[in-house]
Design a protein around this ligand. Structure first.
Ligand code: FES
Ligand SMILES: [Fe+2]
Length: 433
């Protein structure tokens, strides 16, 4: 018998019941069993962003990351090839590399001293005479274990723990043009990660996922900066105007984008004409025209910076990338990467960095507000466990959803179309066999 989630007492998980078109049950944010299933159905089957290739630019460079609850070491070998391997020594399972990043030709396990090259191949076992001839021959079974699939798109390195399934580009699908426009702001079409801020959130990973494409909260949660910046406040109100170009788009596969159109392009900090000398801005724009042509450059320069959530963990906004990493049902790492536009004048990149600091740096005026709300939201949801009052409303804008010229479900930026798109995909994944 399936009992409605509203009773809150039946432990059977029925995602058709928990996730509906206009609401979601609070249990999906705190239930340990649901979290375990998410790891299997989403994090171990979807393409998950792992790192950017500029973080491992040179042969020998590596980063370590927790991806899908698995510690990985991601390296670039002497031939320039990228490897994503489980950061675990095959001898007795010790985590191999403890540093966040660095450069190494050889990794030596701290426990008994086995060594591996940066492609994962076993180089040597200490006191080798202790191993019987023919036992555990130094073949593939003693190398570091690679993640089954690794693909990159425009420098973004994704991994997939499932050996089969759609390719990365198929999965990115309709998100690709937005991602292209995001990177095409660079004169060379490439970006360089230059720093990271790390946060631990005491909330479920889906809080930042939903929040990333939620314009509804901005004027309330970020009231502090809105009160200081009248233009920002006006823009936020204007997205409710009947003639506003700003829309939220369901890109499919759980990907969502907030597209502010051409009318308010200075929002987002990607266009820097007001804070760099005219000649610097002119050269920047000319560099885009040389690479992309007039039409291509205009598509970048006359549109707001893409603001997109690539399901399940890569948030691209303004001058920053944010990565969502669940480590438990109530604990999430939220890493915020700052990058340079490769080839842009240092004044432009410096202006972008200053813009980042104002909003998202350690003393910034935006991100900290969001983190506070995630934790309050988690606490509020958990305060009513089993009460029968656990439903969370997602109905805003249902009556005025439409489709754009590409056939993508579209709505006002303050409508909950993006959240519904995320939950629709979530339910698809969670109910797949
Ligand atoms: S666990 Fe790595 S050498 Fe023993
Ligand atoms: Fe926010």
């Amino acid at each position: 018998m399936t009992v409605s989630a509203e009773t809150g007492v039946n432990k059977r998980i029925d995602f058709e019941d928990l996730v509906r078109h206009d609401r979601v049950h609070g249990r999906v944010y705190y239930d340990e069993e649901i979290f375990r299933r998410e790891v299997e159905q989403i994090w171990r089957k979807e393409w998950v962003f792992a790192c950017h290739d500029s973080e491992i630019a040179q042969p020998g460079d590596y980063v370590t990351r927790l991806v899908s609850l698995v510690p990985l070491v991601i390296t670039r070998d002497e031939d320039g090839d990228i490897h994503a391997m489980i950061n675990r020594c095959p001898h007795r399972g010790n985590v191999l590399c403890m540093r966040d990043s660095g450069s190494a030709q050889v990794f030596r396990c701290a426990y008994h001293g086995w060594t591996f090259n940066n492609g994962g191949k076993l180089l040597g076992r200490t006191f080798r005479a202790g191993y019987a001839p023919g036992y555990g021959k130094e073949g593939e079974e003693l190398n570091l274990v690679p993640v089954p699939r690794l693909e990159t798109y425009r420098g973004f390195v994704f991994v997939n723990f499932s050996p089969e399934g759609p390719s990365l580009i198929e999965t990115l699908g309709a998100a690709v043009p937005h991602l292209d426009r995001y990177v095409d702001r660079s004169p060379t079409g490439e970006i360089d990660i230059v720093g990271v801020e790390k946060m631990v959130i005491r909330a479920n990973w889906k809080m930042p996922l939903e929040n990333s494409v939620d314009d509804y909260h901005a004027g309330f949660v970020h009231r502090g900066i809105w009160d200081m910046d009248e233009d920002l406040r006006k823009v936020w109100y204007s997205t409710e105007d009947a003639d506003s170009e700003a829309v939220n788009i369901d890109l499919g596969n759980g990907h969502t984008a907030m597209d502010f159109g051409s009318g308010i392009r200075t929002v987002g900090g990607g266009v820097t004409e007001s804070v760099v000398p005219d000649e610097v801005q002119r050269e920047y724009e000319d560099s885009l025209r040389r690479r992309l042509g007039e039409e291509g450059a205009n598509a970048v320069l006359k549109q707001a910076v893409p603001h997109m959530m690539v399901f399940p963990n890569l948030f691209m906004l303004q001058n920053d990338l944010r990565i969502i990493t669940p480590v438990g049902v109530r604990t999430t790492h939220y890493y915020h990467y700052v990058f340079n536009l490769r080839g842009a004048d240092p004044l432009i990149n410096r202006a972008r960095l200053r813009r980042h600091e104002v909003s998202y740096g350690p003393a910034g005026m935006v991100l900290q507000d969001d983190i506070e709300v995630f934790e309050r939201n988690q606490a509020g949801i958990e305060s009513r466990i089993g009460s029968g009052e656990e439903w969370l409303d997602l109905s805003r804008g249902l009556h005025r959803e439409s489709t754009n010229s590409l056939g993508q479900p579209t709505g006002r930026t303050k409508d909950e179309i993006a959240q519904r798109a995320i939950w629709k995909h979530y339910k698809d994944r969670m109910t797949q066999s």
